[in-house]
Design a protein around this ligand. Structure first.
Ligand code: FES
Ligand code: FE2
Length: 325
């Protein structure tokens, strides 16, 4: 499975790196001397120390802080102290295992599986939804980063995202600008999209450039979300990171086209942030309610909640696959 890990703004020059983790696996993503993006399992082949401890930086090689084994940016072991005294030691057998990397516009994705589907296979219709919304991914660049720690299981966070039954209760300022009757959920395969038309009078009037005229909010199984807000060109990425059974870290990265001014950026950012802040208490409360063990089966209203219904099917499919091996 492909996971969003960061953006090209973090890896502008050769030697730039950042570290992250995919589930329990520490990963380092670097731009090597040739300019290529590379991912490595960030676990030393000697005794397992994490090779790179910093969150980000620039290095010419990757040296483990424990016994100073040194790896090239492409993951090959270059040097290990006293290596020449070790009979039969072959550094070629001690490269950092590769992690697959793919780029989509400014977004960088990583995949631990060597036999993975391509990013395009996993993301299915998403690129064409982005294009249809009027967004050119080549024209956006990173502006803002934010992290929220939510005390709820990741699936509770996703289910909240996939319905707007709660919108008139929880998001009064959002529904003021929205044609809620025209809100629709479009399930594809791995992608579930919410199309949210903005009321005519609230569409931003922009003289100097194309404008996106309806919100298009897409969830990609299992942990990725891409929000396109109405207005000038922007793309808001959310990556969910399950931390514990009842804890999820939500990483936000915001991308805008160059013509988006600081004030417009602030306004769009506030819109997204406010909605999320309104959702968090509900989601955390649901987690406490579910953890109580007193709600064996909830009752979905399928006129309003096909998103969560469809999502539950994806969960079931994944569990069945796991069960069957
Ligand atoms: S664990 Fe990395 S050099 Fe020993
Ligand atoms: Fe919400």
């Amino acid at each position: 499975v492909w996971h969003y890990v960061g953006h090209v703004g973090q890896l502008a020059k050769p030697g730039d790196f950042f570290t992250t983790r995919l589930d329990r696996v520490p990963v380092v993503v670097v731009r090597d001397e040739t300019g290529a993006l590379r991912g490595h399992v960030n676990v030393c082949r000697h005794r397992g120390c994490e090779v790179v401890h910093d969150a980000s930086g620039n290095r010419r090689s990757l040296q483990c802080p424990y016994h100073a084994w040194t790896y090239a940016l492409d993951g090959r072991l270059l040097a290990a102290p006293k290596a020449k005294d070790q009979p039969g030691f072959d550094p070629a057998e001690c490269s950092l295992p590769p992690v697959q990397i793919e780029q989509w516009g400014p977004l960088i994705f990583a995949n631990l599986s060597g036999a993975a589907r391509t990013l395009a296979e996993q993301f299915e219709v998403l690129p064409s939804l982005v294009t249809d919304a009027g967004i050119d991914f080549a024209s956006v660049s990173f502006r803002r980063h934010d992290v929220h720690n939510v005390n709820a299981n990741w699936k509770v966070v996703v289910e909240n995202y996939l319905e707007c039954y709660h919108c008139s209760v929880v998001h009064p300022s959002f529904i003021k600008t929205t044609n809620l009757e025209e809100f629709r959920i479009v399930p594809y395969g791995n992608v579930i999209t919410e199309v949210v038309p903005t009321k005519e009078e609230y569409l931003p009037r922009v003289a100097d450039g194309p404008v996106v005229n309806q919100g298009c909010y897409s969830y990609v199984w299992p942990l990725f979300i891409l929000n396109i807000f109405p207005g000038k060109t922007s793309a808001f990425v959310r990556q969910l990171i399950p931390v514990a059974v009842d804890k999820t870290q939500v990483v936000y990265d915001f991308f805008y086209a160059d013509e988006v001014s600081a004030e417009e950026e602030e306004e769009l950012w506030q819109t997204g942030d406010q909605i999320f802040r309104e959702d968090i208490p509900m989601v955390e409360s649901v987690q406490r309610g579910l953890s109580s063990g007193t709600l064996e089966v909830g009752r979905l209203f399928l006129t309003e909640e096909v998103g969560p219904q469809y999502f539950k099917k994806l969960v079931l499919k994944a569990l069945t696959r796991e069960h069957e091996g």
